[in-house]
Write a protein that binds this ligand. Sequence first.
Ligand code: ADP
Length: 223
Amino acid sequence: MRVLMIAPPGAGKGTQGALIAAHFGIPHIATGELLRDHVARRTDLGLAVQEYLDRGELVPDQVVLDMVREALVAAKAAGGGYVLDGIPRNMQQARAAYQIARELGMIADVALHLDADDAEVIRRLLARAALEHRSDDTAEVIAQRLVLYHQLTAPIIGWYRDRGILVSVDAMRPAQEVGRDILTALEEMWPLLDHGPEPRGRPVDLTTLGEAFGATEPGRASG
Ligand code: ADP
């Protein structure tokens, strides 16, 4: 199963990405997590991108694309499935990610859109800010991330719709319900896919998904 996720910040990409990964036994490649890990380890890349993250700006495309290529090569060795979380964020990234995936013989089967409105994601992100200390979960930076989402990321959704791989899910509901719908939709698509060697999904415990943001373990609540 090869899935990429498009969603505004706070819609639940991190939580649902982890669920999909566990269900299908595939790697969860989260660009925001990878970048924050570099920042925490104070690598050269981390020092170079920290300001972008703190301001809620997109880091340069090439930085993310290089990271994703490396992660996809590893995913290929691990069986070929993946769930991409955090990329693409603009049309250039969508085209470049498609080229990389095509080169590797790993084009996405599904573009999963988690649909949630601004008021709800702002509420969730501010709730998360009280529990975690992500430098970009302040009212001002959240507003900036949402502006970029609407301006650059949301327009890509139509591209996936035209390619016939878009699955849109109402992400305004509790995480468990959203997760159940996603797994049902992906399972229904399974017979239609030219799937690789990874095994069909296995049951996962949906009760581990919290009722809302902040109710799950912090690491799972991002994005
Ligand atoms: P969210 O979706 O809640 O903003 P992420 O963890 O996906 O959280 O991303 C956090 C930050 O990491 C973004 O605001 C941006 O600075 C950077 N980032 C993540 N993915 C990308 C990407 N594909 N292109 C550019 N910047 C990215």
